[in-house]
Write a protein that binds this ligand. Sequence first.
Ligand code: ARG
Length: 282
Amino acid sequence: MASSTLVRTLEHHVKRILMVRPTHFELKYSINPWMDMKRGVNREKALKQWDQLKYTIENSGAKVEVMESTGAESLPDIVFAANAAIIKGNKAYLASFAHPERQGERYFYEQWFTNNGYECVGDQDIPSEGAGDALWGGDQLRTLFMGVGTRTDVRALRDVANKLDDGTNWKVIGCRLVDPRFYHIDTAFCPLNEDVAIYYPYAFDHITRHNMRNETDLIEVSQKEARNFACNAVVVGQNVIMHQGNEEIANKLVKLGFTVRFVDMSEFIKSGGSSKCCTLQI
Ligand code: ARG
């Protein structure tokens, strides 16, 4: 193989992750049960935690692209990049946020994707919240597990399948979310590779649990650690990056050959998000 081809092939395998700097992060409204307006966030601390998360992701071997939140002063949750879009190849299925408080984010994400060579698709009339509610897993990572609940409407399943269709063989399965604390699928489920995922079963209805088990092996996370955002992890190769204090699941993952890297995401958890929510694989 010519060396330039080799370099390109290797580059292609480096995971690329989009993060949005939390310049304007705050608790300005409450749209999920975690967002207690009485507890303000410490933005300086949040910026430090975000830097540490970025460093840990890069140190695990991924490339991080940063979107600045210039102009998005009134959109504190824009830091949760997972919600921007669902990515397939060079297509970005843009979110249509369920809550008016976040709807303004779409404009900034659309600009970023367009300027970075993505074709933006989507439907503004169907609520859907990007990769926060859509995770690739199962055999050859060809199953898109989509959360269906208060944020992503069931109509999005078909629309995503149609608009991201690239002629290859993949499918969408709908996963019904039933606990308001676990309002996006990425708060309760995390594929680690094409064989296995961690999940908090009681975030889903029992038919969903059955359907998920048909696609992938599942390791159960306890209620305590699920509420400590153990499932909201960033996976880079064998590295699993999650909020600290989740020793029980971490020990299980270490036994399976993963390296768990804890980060402190306390400021973001006040808004109902942790490490995975702050990232989008692109
Ligand atoms: N405060 C944000 C919201 O309620 C948190 C989003 C977390 N994102 C995620 N992918 N789970 O929308």
